[in-house]
Structure formats: structure tokens, C-alpha cells
Design a protein around this ligand. Structure first.
Ligand SMILES: Nc1ncnc2c1ncn2[C@@H]1O[C@H](COP(=O)(O)OP(=O)(O)OP(=O)(O)O)[C@@H](O)[C@H]1O
Length: 216
């Protein structure tokens, strides 16, 4: 479970976050500039100047009061960026194993092998390609595979499907939902698309100028 209760001062307003998220998909929506991406960045440890606390499965990731600020790489949080942020000069396989001790060869302390993850996302045949040689949907699968390879306890997705055409998009929405049901970790997903929010979200939180309004 994720518990987050913090304030982040932004130039135009204060972003106020107060939520508890179980093993479910919470969709964050709201107008451009409302603070959605900033919420994800604060949770991942990519923003400074926060007051409050963040706990994941009982571990304190951040507490301004106690002076705790666990570095991003140790937070056990997967992050899928809007533009996928794949390394352009690395193959699919290297992208997926980047940052994993032992890389492609070794399982180490991880439960999953790279071959299992490639299979899970139906991208085994693409493992030696570079990102430039992939379609948008394939890149999205690689980004998800990379995020899940580290066995996160929370997955953050910033408009993961927005670059895709509607037919591929719907297929991947279903896959995302199934993935969450299999992994049973909290997903927080940002989208501008209300249909997508309704389909994917177990709960929808609307942000307006940094304030949370719950829709369902
Ligand atoms: N690096 C920055 N420096 C100053 N202000 C910033 C910075 N990044 C974001 N902001 C401001 O913080 C606010 C929240 O931005 P954020 O990117 O979180 O919004 P968003 O809801 O994700 O928007 P969008 O839907 O357009 O991606 C905005 O008012 C934005 O102008």
C-alpha cells in the first residue's frame, strides 16, 4: 500500500497530495499544468522541496520531519515516461536489463529472468533491435518490461498510451489492466483521456491547480 501526504510548492500554486492506494489502478487526470506529472516525480524521488511523507508497504521513502529521503533507485518504484525514455543506442534486451546487477546474464536476487520478461510482453523476437526500429506499441511494451524487470512495489505511468493510435491503444489498455491484476501492486496512471480513465481506473482522482478532487 502507498500512503502519500505531502505539499510541494510550485510557482503558481501549492500541490497538495493526500492519498492511500492499495493494489489497484488509480488514474490521475485534470487539465494541463494541474500538477499530475509533478505528483509522480515527487513519489519517485525526482523532486526536492517537499514537505510531508511517503510510505510504501510500511517503508518510509520520504519524511521531511524525520529527515528521510530514500534515493530513487532504492524506492522500488517503476516509472514509465510519456515518451518511453528508452536508450536509443541500446538494444531492447539491454534497455530492459539496464541497471539490473548482472545485466542480461544473471538473475541475482531477482525473481524474473530477462527471457521471462521478454516473453511476458511478447517482445522476444525484438530483443536485438534498437528502439528506432520499433513501432510505438512495441516501444511501449519495452518500457513496461523495463519498469517491471526491477520488480517494483509501485508502478507510475505518465500518459503511457497517448502516442498510440486508437486501435493499438485499446488493446494495450486491456493488457495494462490484466497486468495490474497479475502483479497486484498499485498503479498510478496519468491520462487526459476520460474514456481511458473510466476503463482503467478503479479510482479516478482529478487534480485542479494542485488540489485533489476524487471522482469515484
Ligand atoms: N521545472 C519547472 N519549473 C517551474 N515550474 C514548473 C516546472 N515543471 C513544472 N512546472 C509547473 O508546475 C505545474 C505543474 O506541472 P506538471 O507538469 O506537473 O502538470 P501536468 O498536470 O502534468 O501537465 P500536463 O498535463 O500538461 O503534462 C505547472 O504549473 C508547471 O508550469
Amino acid at each position: 500500500m502507498l500512503r502519500a501526504n505531502f505539499i510541494k510548492k510550485l510557482p503558481a500554486f501549492d500541490l497538495t497530495v493526500d492519498f492511500e492506494i492499495n493494489d489497484e489502478i488509480v488514474v490521475l487526470c485534470g487539465p494541463s499544468g494541474a500538477g499530475k506529472t509533478t505528483v509522480l516525480q515527487c513519489l519517485a524521488g525526482l523532486k526536492s522541496g517537499i514537505r510531508g511523507q511517503i510510505q510504501l508497504n510500511g517503508r518510509t521513502l520520504f519524511s521531511s520531519e524525520q529527515g528521510i529521503n530514500i534515493p530513487t533507485r532504492l524506492r522500488k518504484i517503476g516509472y514509465v515516461f510519456q515518451d518511453y525514455a528508452l536508450f536509443p543506442h541500446m538494444s531492447v534486451k539491454r534497455n530492459i536489463t539496464y541497471g539490473i546487477p548482472g545485466g542480461c546474464k544473471c538473475r541475482g536476487d531477482y525473481r524474473l529472468s530477462v527471457l521471462e520478461v521478454l516473453e511476458m510482453f511478447h517482445i522476444t523476437h525484438l530483443q536485438d533491435r534498437l528502439p528506432a526500429q520499433l513501432s510505438g506499441g512495441e516501444k511501449q511494451r519495452v518500457a513496461l518490461a523495463r519498469a517491471l524487470m526491477t520488480e517494483p512495489e509501485l508502478l507510475l505511468l505518465d500518459e503511457p498510451l497517448s502516442a498510440l493510435d486508437p486501435t493499438i491503444r485499446f488493446g494495450l489498455q486491456k493488457e495494462l489492466k490484466e497486468l495490474q491484476r497479475q502483479w497486484r501492486i498499485p498503479f498510478i496512471l496519468v491520462t487526459h483521456d476520460m474514456q481511458e480513465a473510466q476503463f482503467l481506473g478503479d479510482r479516478i482522482i482529478r487534480l485542479e491547480k494542485g488540489k485533489q478532487l476524487q471522482i469515484n
